[in-house]
Design a binder for this molecule. Sequence first.
Ligand code: HEM
Length: 347
Amino acid sequence: MQVRMKQWLLVVLATLMCGMLAPATAADVKSAQEQAARQQVQPGNNAPVWRDVRGGENAYQTTQVRGIESDVLVQPGGETWRQLRNGPITVYGGWVIVLVMALIGVFYSLKGPIKLHEKPTGRRLLRFGPWDRMVHWGAAISFVLLAVTGTIILFGKHILLPVIGYTLFAWLATLSKNVHNFVGPVFAFCTILLFVTFVKDNFPKAGDMKWLVKAGGLLSGEHVPSGRFNAGEKVWFWFGVTLLGVIVSITGFVLNFPNFEQGRLLMQQASAIHAIAAVLFLVMGMSHIYLGTVGVEGAYESMRTGYVDETWAKEHHEYWYQDAVAGNKGGGASRPAVADALKEGWK
Ligand code: HEM
């Protein structure tokens, strides 16, 4: 009780001192007059004071520490951000993720993995060199870590908390937040390397439109030829890796390093944009991971070992295969792939 009294006394003293230090402005005087008038008609109603506080017009010096927004007692944008984050972003974002997972599940149960039509020849082409794979897995591992921890941060309160309880969830949420904060910059760095490494084979080419219109034959089973990367991979590269990668990285840095004079409003906006872009990135990423693992037979092997079978190359990236065999590395075939093909005497 005594401690409480002491705390209250300190608060009153600090408030009085602030009042003495900050000179009263015309707005302060008007506000005080309005409040006094309100007390006459409705004693105990402090609406004028709180309207001022929320309006941010009066500089309420809440601390002697000078810094950005140290005179903002209540920032109304915080409530807007809270409602947006805990409302539409979480609810619709959550349903978008569930929907995409369900669609992938239905697609897999109806179609199964896309298999090779012809028998593998046993001759292999180098599709991804050690650098390609290292950069890819750096981005992939950091992405998965961010996806898991980000999902816990955004949806955990609704999904995990009721199941595992406060003690465990508090521990898990704190761990997720710290992992997320440290892995974020690693992902941004890997994404830049990924962009530089793969950009040359992701420019639009003749045949991409046809590939998109036919959805790569994913539904019909038809063979649609493509270069080193097909149009679907190019969409993932430009809209996922590049655009969404830049958006989540920039907004992530705004949130991760709050010591560059950014105010709360900017951070709230960054947080909302970060969450929306992250949900879109996650669903695009899930589709990419599906096709890169169980969805397409032999695809995972290519990124794990770097090599693909000649039949795989022919059936999935025919132009790339033809370029490699013809010794035409300008067509998108990598230098080692060309060398391998020539060495084997395929011409
Ligand atoms: C665990 C998750 C992942 C798996 C299993 C995976 C798998 C694969 C596979 C198998 C390929 C080769 C496809 C082919 O041969 O054409 C590939 C290509 C690629 N992946 Fe991933 N990946 C994952 C996550 C990611 C992430 C998080 C990113 C970027 C943020 C990414 C970016 C790329 C890029 C840029 C390519 C080259 C194709 C292109 O430029 O579109 N991957 N991935």
